[in-house]
Design a protein around this ligand. Structure first.
Ligand code: C2R
Length: 180
């Protein structure tokens, strides 16, 4: 298990990032990067409901007692991992559908979002935007009881709005004199 420390909780992981395969890592490193930005301590590892059911069971059934507050789950294709983790714990589970098959993530999206009543999974967008948003969403959940994370989220949103204004200024400059 790889753990990254943040400022809160004495460095103990609050968010678990798991993925069905190491082939998901290039995308899921985006979740890790965002959690680091918000200084949220996390752990990251590979487990599969299909290929390593016992390991997945162990992970999900000990998640609460290990202090996790949210689990981010990436899986591609017949993405059952998030649903299985949600079934085995009371923590909020955020799914990131991976575009790893010929169906480009539509399969994983539908597998993640179409959960039966009683076992919710918060499904994000496919691939990189979903990986980024999963981390922000996890931080937003933690921010309801952590003012420091809430403050970092506010700063992030301000930066986001500023970046749009800057993009607009660049686009305007590019078209200066061309429009009426
Ligand atoms: P490989 O590249 O290892 O063949 O994996 C993984 O998340 C990955 O996107 C291909 C894809 O299979 C996914 N996978 C699942 C599960 N385990 C692995 N969807 C699961 O348990 O749901």
């Amino acid at each position: 298990m790889t753990t990254r420390e943040g400022s809160g909780n004495g460095g103990k992981p609050l968010v678990g990032i798991i993925m069905g395969s190491d082939t998901d890592l290039p995308v899921m490193s985006e979740s890790a990067k965002m959690l680091e930005k918000f200084k949220v301590p996390y752990e990251i590892e590979v487990t599969s409901a299909h290929r390593s059911p016992a390991r997945t069971h162990e992970y999900a059934s000990t998640a609460v007692s290990r202090g996790l507050k949210v689990v981010i789950v990436a899986a591609g294709g017949a993405a059952h991992l998030a649903g299985v983790v949600a079934a085995m714990s009371t923590l909020p589970v955020i799914a990131v559908p991976m575009a790893t098959t010929v169906l480009s993530g539509i399969d994983a999206l539908l597998s993640s979002v179409q959960m039966p009543a009683g076992v919710p999974v918060a499904a994000m967008a496919i691939d990189k935007p979903g990986a980024i948003n999963a981390a922000i969403f996890a931080a937003e959940i933690l921010a309801t009881s952590d003012p420091e994370v809430a403050e970092r989220l506010s700063t992030y949103k301000e930066e986001l709005a500023k970046s749009v204004a800057e993009k607009s200024a660049r686009v305007k400059q590019q078209y200066a004199g061309k429009t009426s």
